[in-house]
Every structure is written in structure tokens, then in C-alpha cells.
Write a protein that binds this ligand. Structure first.
Ligand SMILES: Cc1cc2nc3c(=O)[nH]c(=O)nc-3n(C[C@H](O)[C@H](O)[C@H](O)COP(=O)(O)OP(=O)(O)OC[C@H]3O[C@@H](n4cnc5c(N)ncnc54)[C@H](O)[C@@H]3O)c2cc1C
Length: 509
């Protein structure tokens, strides 16, 4: 049995790889996934569909988005996001550890990849509900991230798989990769398990797009450390990291941040693995509008350190490290209308309301708060610090769409940790809290690849016939991550990998 290209993983990276292989001339493309058809799309299905790309502002994006009328466009403020901005965000958040050539390759091809996907009927929209606030009658975008997809990850995977069907890509579900075929150092095919037996398939090239190891609690403990067994998995349960061992078996080099991952603020009551109906709605990202306290009633992060896009991917870890591994997010009535309905709507999350802070503390003690007095004290001292800052900066205005500088730090009061932006008092009833935990999204360590061809590297150079894309790639993200980069990276390197297989000398066109 022979296929020109075998792709492993039906998520965003694998779908882009298979489509690109076909478009660039591979006649027979096979995509295998170890999941059943109901779990198609890997973590891609669970996403918000946010894509971070380089662009020149509103006019540049209007041709590819489907949700902006000419009248609406007049009321939108959306700054360009340059090549240098994107590179700097990756470098800044990785502590300058990201591989600069890999980052440059992602950034340079990000816009083109989105145009390509739009050409395949992926329904891009401007992300009003997640990335903009209405300020003075205008929609003001913030955080460099502006694109999303109609119906989020569900819409993305539906569109990509429709395109795969049209292109004639064959897909086998319930079919894990278990090994690679190698001849004289070249990968010549794959061994998969199908209908209970192992099947060897010759191929012109194999592309690994099988996700990270976030759904494997043992590997989490091995690489991320003790405690990570308790994290909830935000997406697919099938990303258990098996393909890393398979790649290692043929000499692939590991790189990147194996000790860290993307993890965020997640509904404490969410299931242990992702749920196909609510997907990303278990995310609880409203903390910049309020505060977070732990079981001892103490704050533990700067909720206003930066735009949410730049902090959310490491706040899951911060919560995991708290006593009992959970926290409460708290707001007063001034902010409740600004919380996103998809995350905080009725029926989506358990909301605890109270008319006074004392009453809120009492109610929270029923679901894990261990020190009511400290909780009350934390809010009182937070309010005092906010008030003092306002007194000293009476002409500053609260504005969620910019880093407004409204903080807890003044000449004679400061908090540890501070709240650096969007600090507003919590003093107007009703008050509301929700309980959150750590949801792990994906892991950062992975395979070393060539930034141009996406070929998997060994210590001595590219492994002929083996390519990699998506979460399996290492070296891009360290400790933190600019929101919306995962889908862009998957599309960019998936596309490159597919084209590279099609351009191999042994592929008959
Ligand atoms: C809740 C949530 C929200 C997110 N939101 C966003 C967002 O809005 N924007 C963004 O950029 N990123 C987001 N991400 C991150 C994003 O999902 C990933 O960066 C991206 O989807 C990874 O794509 P991938 O194709 O590499 O992996 P996946 O989409 O996870 O696909 C991997 C596939 O490989 C399969 N597989 C695993 N092992 C094997 C094997 N041995 N054999 C065969 N198949 C195998 C799995 O079953 C799976 O289907 C989010 C993630 C989650 C969980």
C-alpha cells in the first residue's frame, strides 16, 4: 500500500498539511487520527478560533472577514499589527528564548496562511466579542489579536474538513500511528493500527501533527512537575504524546520548553477533559475586570499586568500552585455587564452572588474559602489602594481597551502583587464570584524542525521524509504565549510541511 503523503492528526495543523500536500501535487494523501470520528479536529475543535497574524489595520482585513458592514466599519478602531509587533510579542513573552528563525518564519507567513484558509471557505470574522470593548460608541480592538472564526473551533474544523473532502484527502479514524518505516535513514512510510492489526503503509513523506502531551497525566508530571496530574484538560483526551517517542525512535531531536505549557483560568466544575458542546466556554478570562483570590483569601497575581492575551496562558499554572489548586474570581456590579456571556452567562458557570462582601465570604466558605476574614481584608485593602491611586490621578480614566494605568500603586499605598491596570474598586453590590482551577491547553516542548521546510531535525540535520507541524513543534513558545498564535503556527507550518512532501523528488505528479 502506498500514499504520496501520510499526515498524522486531524486538527488544524494536520488539516492544513494534508490540504497543502494535495494542492501542491500529491495525488494520494492519507490523514490518520487515533480518535474516533466524533472527536475529529483535535484541540482545534475546542478553540475560540482566534488567529494572530500580521496585518495593516481595518481596511486590510475587511476583504477576508464576514461580519463587518460598511456602516459598522466606520465605528471601529483597529491598529495595524506589524511584523515587528508579532516578533516582539513572541520574544517578550518567551523571555527571548524563542528560536528567532522559527518565530520569523511563523510571523512572515501568518497573513498569507489566513488568506489561504479564507480561500478555502474558512469563515473569518473580526473578534468583537473577545478582542474589542465599546468605548465612547466605538469598537476599540486591543491586544494585537483581531481575527476569529464564525462558530470558533467548531467552524474552523468544519470548514477545513469540508475542504479536505473536496480535495479528495482520505481520512482514517480510530487509527493511531504506532511506528515509522525507515530505510537507510529515510522515513519511507508509517505503521498504523487499523481494525486491531498493524498495517505498514509506504509513503513519499510523513507529517506528524499529533499535538502535545497535555492529556497524558504521567508525562505531565515527568516534564512539568508534581501537581500537574491535577490539571483539567481543556481539549481532546487523545493528545498523549505518543508520537514524540516514535519520532525519537528515528533520531528526531527534542527542543523547546519541556518544563512548561499553556494553561489558563478554567471553570472549577468543568469535566476532567474537554466537552464537545461547551468547548472553550469553560475559560474564565474576566479577571482583568476584577481580582482573583486563593483559598486563603489572598491575591496572588497582577490581574492587570498586561492585556489578557499576554497573561492568560500562564495564570492556569499560577492557580495550580495555590493551596488546594483553585481560586475565586471576584467582581462588583460595575463590571458584571462587561463579562463575556459565553463564559459567564446564566447556565454556563456557577455564579455566587451576595449583597455584601461579608456575605460573599460566607457563601464562598461553603465552596472552599478557608479564611473569610482574610478575604474581606483583601478586598478592603485593595479598595483602599485603588481609591488612593485615583485621588492622586484624578484625571485618569478607566478604559479596558488600553492599558489605562489605573493601579493599586500610589505614593503611600501599594499591594503585593499590585494590580497594574484596570484597577477599579469592588464596592457596589451585588458582588459576584466564580470558582476557577487550572485548565491545561497544550505543552510547549516538541520536535526541532527546519523553519522553512518543516522537516524534522536530528542532531545531524533534516531526517529525509519526516515533517512536523502544530503543537508537536518545539522552540516557539517558552513559559508564556501570545494568544492566537497556536492556530497561526499550525496553519503556517502545516502548509509548509505539505508543500515540502509534495516537492520531494520521489513524488510523482
Ligand atoms: C479550549 C482551547 C481553546 C483554544 N483556543 C485557541 C485559539 O482561539 N487560538 C489559538 O491559536 N489556539 C487556541 N488553542 C490552542 C490550539 O488548539 C492549538 O494550538 C492547535 O489547535 C494545535 O493544533 P494541532 O493540529 O497541532 O493539534 P490538535 O488540534 O490537538 O490535533 C492533534 C490530533 O492528533 C491526534 N493524535 C494524537 N496522537 C496520535 C497518534 N499516535 N496517531 C494518530 N493521531 C494522533 C489527536 O487525536 C488529535 O486529533 C486552544 C486550545 C484549547 C484546548
Amino acid at each position: 500500500m502506498y500514499y504520496d503523503c501520510i499526515v498524522v492528526g486531524s486538527g488544524n495543523a494536520g488539516s492544513c498539511a494534508a490540504l497543502s500536500a494535495k494542492e501542491n501535487g500529491c495525488q494520494k494523501v492519507l490523514l490518520v487520527d487515533k480518535c474516533s470520528p466524533e472527536w475529529v479536529g483535535g484541540n482545534g475543535y475546542f478553540t475560540a478560533g482566534a488567529f494572530r497574524i500580521v496585518h495593516n489595520g481595518l481596511e486590510d482585513l475587511l476583504p477576508i472577514v464576514q461580519n463587518v458592514s460598511p456602516e459598522q466599519a466606520k465605528h471601529i478602531d483597529l491598529d495595524p499589527y506589524s511584523h515587528a509587533n508579532f516578533i516582539e510579542d513572541i520574544m517578550r513573552l518567551s523571555g527571548r528564548r524563542s528560536d528567532p528563525t522559527l518565530a520569523a518564519s511563523l510571523v512572515e507567513s501568518s497573513r498569507d496562511a489566513v488568506d489561504w484558509l479564507a480561500g478555502h471557505q474558512v469563515p473569518f470574522i473580526l473578534s468583537f466579542h473577545r478582542q474589542a470593548y465599546e468605548v465612547g460608541g466605538r469598537q476599540k480592538f486591543w491586544g494585537g489579536l483581531v481575527l476569529s472564526i464564525e462558530d470558533g473551533g467548531k467552524g474552523l474544523i468544519a470548514a477545513e474538513h469540508e475542504a479536505l473532502k473536496k480535495a479528495g484527502v482520505e481520512i482514517w479514524f480510530d487509527c493511531p500511528l504506532v511506528n515509522l518505516l525507515v530505510q537507510d535513514g529515510t522515513v519511507t512510510g508509517a505503521v498504523v493500527r487499523k481494525d486491531g492489526s498493524e498495517l505498514s503503509i509506504e509513503s513519499g513523506g510523513v507529517i506528524l501533527a499529533a499535538g502535545g502531551f497535555e492529556a497524558n497525566s504521567k508525562l505531565r508530571v515527568t516534564h512539568l512537575g508534581m501537581g500537574w496530574e491535577k490539571a483539567k484538560v481543556r481539549g481532546t483526551p487523545f493528545n498523549t504524546g505518543d508520537c514524540f517517542a516514535i519520532a525519537e525512535g528515528v533520531g528526531a531531536k527534542f527542543t523547546g520548553d519541556w518544563a512548561s505549557c499553556h494553561s489558563t483560568t478554567w471553570d472549577f466544575n468543568a469535566p476532567e477533559i474537554g466537552a464537545r458542546n461547551l468547548t472553550n466556554q469553560f475559560t474564565k478570562s474576566g479577571y482583568p475586570l476584577g481580582i482573583m483570590v486563593n483559598a486563603n483569601g489572598v491575591r496572588f497575581v497582577d490581574e492587570g499586568e498586561d492585556y489578557r492575551n499576554y497573561t492568560y496562558a500562564r495564570f492556569g499554572k499560577a492557580i495550580l500552585q495555590q493551596p488546594e489548586g483553585f481560586a475565586f474570581q471576584v467582581w462588583d456590579s460595575k463590571m458584571l455587564g462587561m463579562l463575556r456571556k459565553e463564559e459567564y452567562g446564566d447556565g454556563v458557570v456557577e455564579k455566587i452572588f451576595a449583597d455584601t462582601i461579608d456575605e460573599l465570604a460566607r457563601k464562598l466558605s461553603g465552596i472552599g474559602l478557608m479564611d473569610q476574614a482574610q478575604f474581606v481584608e483583601t478586598i478592603q485593602s485593595y479598595n483602599a489602594a485603588v481609591t488612593q491611586h485615583k485621588l492622586e490621578n484624578s484625571d485618569w480614566h478607566w478604559d479596558p481597551a488600553v492599558k489605562d494605568g489605573l493601579s493599586t500603586e500610589s505614593s503611600n499605598l501599594s499591594l503585593s502583587p499590585p494590580k497594574s491596570h484596570w484597577a477599579e474598586s469592588i464596592d457596589k453590590s451585588p458582588f459576584m464570584a466564580v470558582k476557577v482551577c487550572c485548565g491545561i491547553t497544550f505543552t510547549f516542548g516538541g520536535l526541532a524542525i527546519d523553519p522553512v521546510s518543516a522537516a524534522v531535525l536530528s542532531e545531524s540535520g533534516p531526517i529525509p521524509g519526516l515533517f512536523c507541524a502544530g503543537e508537536m513543534v518545539g522552540g516557539l513558545f517558552y513559559n508564556n504565549y501570545p494568544g492566537g498564535s497556536g492556530l497561526s503556527a499550525g496553519a503556517v507550518f502545516g502548509r509548509k510541511a505539505g508543500a515540502s512532501v509534495a516537492n520531494r523528488p520521489n513524488i510523482r505528479k
